[in-house]
Design a protein. Structure first.
Length: 434
């Protein structure tokens, strides 16, 4: 007897889970510093234009692909043509590679979160971070704990696991974010931080800004891994799929901007450097936490926020291979989760160690972590999205009229899906490889 496919309890559960997938480290950890480095408001405007227009097309195509085929990634592509199975396989490879480096940062967050519960007394954050990331035991164990939490909830299934986590974590995330913004805006000179985020610096606008905004938009929407295809395949009935897609896009923009409003006023208030890039969260912010009243509690709230954002995204990535294993090999969800646990552990441990004892292993001058990041973000994500648009537009024949009542919107969508978006993505893909 064939197992019945799981479905979301309601439209609300689906939207929350999709928001959980979209809103992650990409919004809260990466977006603020990328925006700061790329001209503040200029970057923000570019990002908003791209995410609501160009990125809407593959997002919609991926959701529709899942919703129509009601299959895992390999099954979905196979349904269009057996020869296309390989593309579903490629989605699965991507959905294993991204967690392999994403979960490394997830592990760091767990470590800092626990540290903040115990005693957040970090005298020298630079030295502290560098000692920690070079410690093979602490980092590996943290990564494994993060991976375990994700696979544990996945093993519980769609309703009891994924929905449960998102139902609690997304509202919690929103509440913590608002409380932290209030605290941050109350600090002296908070307006300097707001200026940094919102004041346009046109001198920083160039083709790189557009490319970075586009890459950022794709990553934050989770397009190109098959995560949305898989989540879309659990939709029972959704007549308002356009609204769902725009809710996901809107949330992604909102959380990104709010993260900037939370972080920069605090950073500027203490006269710290805002452009420390990836170290912003682990080096600059701890300096802030050390100086403000109730800094320990605020640090805990902040790392819980990052933890929730990362877990809900992490689960959505792993759901891709999970659905594939369950549906292709007809094994139980639990067995699939165990296999995924070991597969991701096998790649993420070397990635974790590449900040320390495996730091000398390099390919093209890149460490293991950087290779995984580069191959997923610059090669696999755009490649998968190009393939997705072409197959959805030319073979699956997803049409604008299935989505929009308005003829003009429907026509624009069709042209976007078949020609414009694949062409833009091919350019990005080419530039990203250089
Ligand atoms: N969108 C997530 C973030 O912003 C990352 C992600 C990518 C999640 C791909 C799922 C699939 O952090």
């Amino acid at each position: 007897m064939e197992n019945k496919r799981p479905t979301w309890s309601s439209r609300y559960s689906f939207i929350l889970a999709a928001i959980g997938s979209a809103v992650g480290l990409g919004n809260i950890w990466r977006f603020p510093y990328v925006m700061g480095q790329n001209g503040g408001a200029v970057f923000l405007i570019t990002y908003v234009i791209l995410i609501t227009t160009l990125c809407f097309v593959p997002l919609m195509a991926e959701l529709m692909f899942g919703k129509i085929t009601k299959k895992d990634c390999i099954g979905a592509y196979e349904q269009v043509n057996t020869k296309f199975k390989i593309f579903g396989f490629l989605n699965n490879v991507t959905a294993i590679i991204i967690p392999s480096f994403y979960f490394v940062i997830g592990g760091w967050i767990i470590y800092y979160m626990i540290k903040s519960f115990v005693n957040f007394n970090i005298e020298n954050p630079v030295e502290y971070l560098s000692n920690f990331i070079q410690n093979p035991y602490a980092t590996s164990i943290s990564t494994i704990i993060f991976l375990f939490i994700c696979t544990f909830f996945m093993a519980r299934g769609i309703k009891k696991g994924i929905e449960f986590v998102n139902n609690y974590m997304i509202p919690l995330l929103a509440v913590i974010l608002i409380v932290l913004i209030a605290a941050s805006l109350n600090l002296p000179n908070a307006n300097l931080g707001l200026e940094y985020v919102f004041k346009p610096d046109f001198s920083k606008f160039n083709s790189q800004t557009v490319l970075t905004a586009m890459g950022q938009a794709f990553f934050t929407l989770s397009v190109g891994t098959g995560a949305l295809l898989t989540y879309g395949s659990y939709i029972k009935e959704d007549k308002c799929i356009v609204q769902s897609a725009y809710t996901i896009i809107f949330s992604s923009i909102l959380f990104s901007v709010l993260a900037g409003i939370m972080i920069f006023p605090a950073v500027f208030s203490f006269g710290l450097e805002a452009n420390s890039g990836a170290g912003l969260v682990f080096v600059t912010l701890p300096k802030v936490f050390m100086q403000i009243p109730h800094g320990g509690i605020i640090a805990s709230a902040f790392f819980i926020l990052l933890f929730c954002a990362a877990i809900t995204s992490g689960i959505s990535m792993l759901e891709v291979p999970c659905a594939t294993l369950v549906e292709r090999l007809k094994i139980s969800r639990l067995k699939a989760c165990i296999i995924i646990f070991f597969a991701v552990a096998l790649i993420s441990i070397p990635a974790t160690l590449s900040f320390g004892i495996l730091g000398n292993i390099k390919l093209f001058g890149k460490t293991i972590f950087d290779i995984l990041d580069f191959s997923a973000s610059n090669i696999l994500l755009p490649l998968n999205s190009i393939i997705l648009c072409l197959i959805a537009g030319w073979f699956l024949k997803i049409k604008g009229e299935m989505i929009f009542k308005n003829d003009i919107f429907a026509k624009i969508f069709d042209i976007g899906l078949k020609y414009i978006v694949p062409m833009v993505l091919i350019i990005i893909f080419y530039l990203g490889l250089r």
